[in-house]
Design a protein around this ligand. Structure first.
Ligand code: FAD
Length: 584
């Protein structure tokens, strides 16, 4: 066991973690821990772009951006947080440019922008070109730039170090316990400030665009420590996963002019969203695709998918603006997208819910809004909440850099004022050791691949795009059984170096716990809003459900729900922000 000390420990080297690290680097002793090499974080897979009302390609304003984000969220986003994000967006993009991000350009040299789902001009009139991009490799170039900047400014990286638990003394967070994967050694990292930027958690679903590492460890650890998660019922399915694998085909493909067609060749989105058609928000497009399939208008021999038609774009546009998509279509579907339509089906993509925070990234402890001293979160693991019940495409990368930076600034302020961190007690180390010993000492226990397959199948069948009471009740009781089984997991490999069977087992325990939080919150929300679509309650019900659910795990694994109000402060001054029915 090694004991190390840093002023700030950031868990996660995706864009949220790196942006916070860059803010603190130089003046503070900052460590970034990542279970992957930083450049393998899922942020590097982001394709289509990052939104900001720069107005480079046509007129645009941050107010329109905020309106689209609130409307896209089905009015569940906290409006002050949305205002903070959208107002800061143009500055944040210019800052990324100055840090070295090689954005695609317009002929006049300005940063190029393209249309994306749900982003409109003049409060919904027509799609607007708001999303900045670097071909379809936007996340990749942002990651490389921020990683270089972090190294340049002396951030200490601990690569392939997996955090297993949080140190909490008298309610104050003061460190983490982690395992160095190459040696199996445990590290106790004490810190005055801990930030979680552990990313998304789509791996609990069978078909997903998410990377293998997206197992929601940060959320699992938060639940284990009795802190809440918020808005967990809202899980976004992206309309265009490459059929049948679920690999993402970016929304930029439709932003550049691609259209969805059913098996009869009809451009069906004209019926569901007559104004912005294929560029409607993702929740609406995904549901429309399933409506087409239900009505027997799917494509292919099984009529079980639809088609993304890029043939009108021409091979030059495809090669210059969507090179990754062209390569995915060729490699994984054997298709040249300039000649043939690409088969697609919705894929689990993004989690709106997560660790609740203030607009400065401070983690919230309870429904009263009390803050957890010493603890911050940002990125997909967090819930500020700027995305509410449904995120607009290209708003996540923006969320990461805006709120990553704000965490950095707030932590710097905190370090000025706060004294030394309290001593870490021995309880957390014992808990971690016990957990590992139980897994390693139980060679004949439940097997990870079987339990994981059961979980992914259950979530895909009962807790995906369409949900209903019976399915969710069944999911909750099956998840409680999976939770029981996950405590009896056994690991047959007892080696210490890169013991993937062990880390898989630990990750699976987190997956089961947050999945139960998802199903439990979804059961409680007896309405349809954004990505949460209840067949038995098809309408939105603001009178009873315009609120956030917080979910806390009891010692026996059961989930307890409480409520927080939605911040509607913009609506008090501007009627466009007052909740109303969404029409596109
Ligand atoms: C294929 C794809 C394309 C996308 N395209 C876009 C897009 O074009 N525009 C957009 O706005 N959004 C897009 N998104 C969404 C966006 O990319 C993600 O929401 C975002 O990258 C998440 O960033 P993050 O910093 O929160 O976490 P990530 O980038 O996922 O990083 C998580 C980090 O946490 C670390 N970590 C996790 N658990 C542990 C642990 N236990 N111990 C130590 N380290 C840990 C990982 O090693 C990693 O470094 C896309 C998502 C996907 C999957």
């Amino acid at each position: 066991m090694d004991i190390l000390f840093h002023d700030v420990v950031i868990v996660g080297a995706g864009l949220a973690g790196l942006r916070a690290a860059v803010e603190l680097a130089g003046s503070r002793d900052v460590a970034v821990l990542s279970k992957l090499h930083p450049l393998r974080s899922h942020s590097g897979a982001a394709q289509g772009g990052i939104s900001a009302a720069l107005g480079n390609a046509e007129e645009d304003t941050s107010l329109w951006h905020a309106y689209d984000t609130v409307k896209g969220s089905d009015y569940l986003a906290d409006q002050r947080a949305v205002q903070v994000m959208c107002n800061d967006a143009p500055r944040a993009i210019i800052e990324l440019e100055h840090l070295g991000v090689p954005f695609s350009r317009l002929p006049n040299g300005r940063i190029a922008q393209r249309p994306f789902g749900g982003h409109t001009r003049n409060f919904g009139e027509a799609p607007v070109q708001r999303t900045c991009y670097a071909a379809d490799r936007t996340g990749h170039v942002c990651m490389h730039t921020l990683y270089e900047q972090s190294l340049n400014h002396g951030v200490k990286f601990y690569d392939e170090v997996q955090v297993l638990d949080l140190c909490v003394t008298d309610g104050t967070v003061n460190g983490v316990v982690a395992m160095e994967l190459r040696s199996g050694r445990l590290l106790l990292m004490q810190a005055r400030a801990v930030m979680f930027a552990t990313g998304g958690y789509g791996k609990a679903w069978k078909t997903t665009s998410n990377a293998f590492a997206n197992t929601g460890d940060g959320l699992g650890i938060v639940l284990n420590n009795g802190f809440p998660l918020q808005d967990m019922e809202f899980v976004q399915f992206h309309p265009t996963g490459l059929y049948p694998l679920g690999i993402l085909i970016t929304e930029a493909a439709r932003g550049e002019g691609g259209v969805l067609r059913n098996g009869e060749g009809e451009r069906f989105m004209e019926r569901y969203a007559p104004t912005i058609k294929d560029l409607a928000p993702r929740d609406i497009v995904s549901r429309s695709i399933y409506e087409e399939l239900k009505s027997g208008r799917g494509a292919g021999p099984g009529k079980d998918h639809v088609l993304l038609d890029l043939t009108g774009l021409g091979s030059d546009i495809i090669a210059s603006r969507l090179p990754e998509i062209e390569s995915f279509a060729r490699v994984y579907a054997g298709i040249d997208p300039s000649r043939e339509p690409v088969p697609v089906l919705p894929t689990c993509h993004y989690a709106m819910g997560g660790i609740p925070t203030t607009v400065n990234g401070r983690v919230i402890a309870n429904a009263a809004g009390d803050e957890v001293p010493g603890f911050w979160a940002a990125g997909e693991a967090a819930c500020v909440s700027v995305h509410g019940a449904n995120r607009l495409g290209s708003n996540s990368l923006l969320d990461l850099i805006v709120f990553g930076r704000r965490c950095g600034k707030d932590i710097a302020m905190w370090l000025e004022r706060a004294g030394a961190a309290p001593e870490v007690g021995s309880g957390v180390l014992e808990r971690v050791r016990d957990g590992i010993d139980r897994l390693l000492g139980n060679r004949n226990g439940e097997k990870v691949p079987e339990l994981r397959a059961d979980l992914q199948r259950l979530m895909m069948d009962q807790v995906s795009v369409f949900r209903h009471e019976e399915g969710l009740k069944n999911a909750v009781s099956e998840l409680m059984e999976l939770q029981r089984r996950s405590r009896c997991l056994g690991v047959s490999d007892t080696s210490r170096q890169f013991n993937q069977e062990l880390t898989d087992a630990i990750e699976l325990q987190h997956m089961v716990n947050y999945s139960l939080a998802v199903a439990r919150s979804a059961l409680e929300r007896r309405e349809s809003r954004g990505a949460h679509s209840r067949e038995d309650y098809p309408d939105r019900n603001d009178a009873d459900f315009l609120k956030h659910f917080l979910c806390v795990m009891d010692g026996d694994g059961a989930m307890r729900l409480s409520e927080r109000p939605v911040d509607l402060s913009l609506a008090e001054h501007n009627p466009v922000f007052v909740p109303k029915k969404r029409v596109y």
